[in-house]
Design a protein around this ligand. Structure first.
Ligand code: FE2
Ligand code: FE2
Length: 266
């Protein structure tokens, strides 16, 4: 039987290493031609995460847990390195050292938060310190709602301004997710009293409706971009990337709902 530590570790690494690999590409595309050093570093991270992804896909679920523990540590170090690189870029942009570059500061901060999340997940898995369900529900939602709110803002800013209807829809999603994020932060601040099964169930239900609708919007945008039917500077892979992150959040919400349903009401 497959060990759940092994299954969870490989599942996280398979998903997030591809994400980290793609971040390297997106950052590279946003640099100026003369930023050769930064471009080289981006290429380096691309191949590091490409190799990690290939290894994670090749390792069977029956792999020895000790081997996975070592792999997690190795990947955790790579995630720390790309986090440092992303924060360095953010510093350069915010001190106006890369004038004319095309990476938004919020996008660089966003991808660094995803690297930090990945690193923490691996650390928690290795330490065997996964959060109790009521805390995980609130913390994961606070994290992912901010990610979704950011995505809506990126899409709104990277679509051509002449795509007025789509820009308006992106702005509506941005507003919707900002509100959901505030609600999640309120619920977090009311801990532990807010961690009742009815409140957490309602919280998940409400978030799921909005995430599913944002996921559909991203999917439609991705298909339109791939078919060259709308005007934008969104890379088709970026459109697919944000779609996959919404799918992941939805999947997490489903898992939480199942676990909550199995938990005794308090
Ligand atoms: Fe991402
Ligand atoms: Fe993202």
């Amino acid at each position: 039987m497959a060990d759940s530590f092994v299954t969870q570790s490989l599942e996280e690494i398979r998903f997030w290493s591809r994400i980290m690999k793609e971040h390297s590409l997106f950052l590279k595309l946003g640099f100026r031609c003369e930023d050769t050093q930064l471009i080289q570093e981006a290429n380096g991270f691309y191949s590091v995460f490409e190799q990690i992804e290939a290894k994670a896909n090749a390792l069977p679920l029956t792999t020895d847990p000790q081997q996975i523990r070592a792999f997690n540590t190795e990947v955790c170090t790579a995630a720390s390195h790309i986090w440092v690189y992303k924060r360095k870029i953010l510093g350069l942009i915010l001190t106006c050292k890369l004038p004319g570059g095309n990476n938004f500061p919020l996008l660089v901060d966003h991808v660094s938060r995803e690297a930090n999340y990945f690193r923490n997940r691996l650390h928690e898995l290795n330490e065997g310190q996964l959060e109790p369900l009521p805390d995980a529900i609130i913390d994961e939602n606070v994290f992912f709602l901010k990610i979704m709110a950011d995505h809506a803002k990126f899409i709104g800013h990277l679509l051509d301004p002449s795509e007025r209807k789509l820009v308006e829809q992106a702005r509506d999603f941005s507003h919707d997710f900002d509100q959901l994020l505030f609600q999640a932060q309120d619920l977090s601040s009311m801990r532990p009293q807010s961690q009742t099964t009815p409140l957490l169930t309602q919280f998940l239900d409400q978030n799921r409706v909005s995430v599913a609708s944002l996921r559909d919007f991203k999917k439609a945008a991705r298909d339109l971009i791939e078919a060259c039917r709308i005007k934008s500077i969104i890379h088709p892979l970026l459109a697919d990337h944000v779609y996959r992150e919404a799918e992941r959040f939805l999947h997490l919400i489903d898992l939480f709902e199942q676990r909550l349903a199995g938990a005794p009401a308090n």
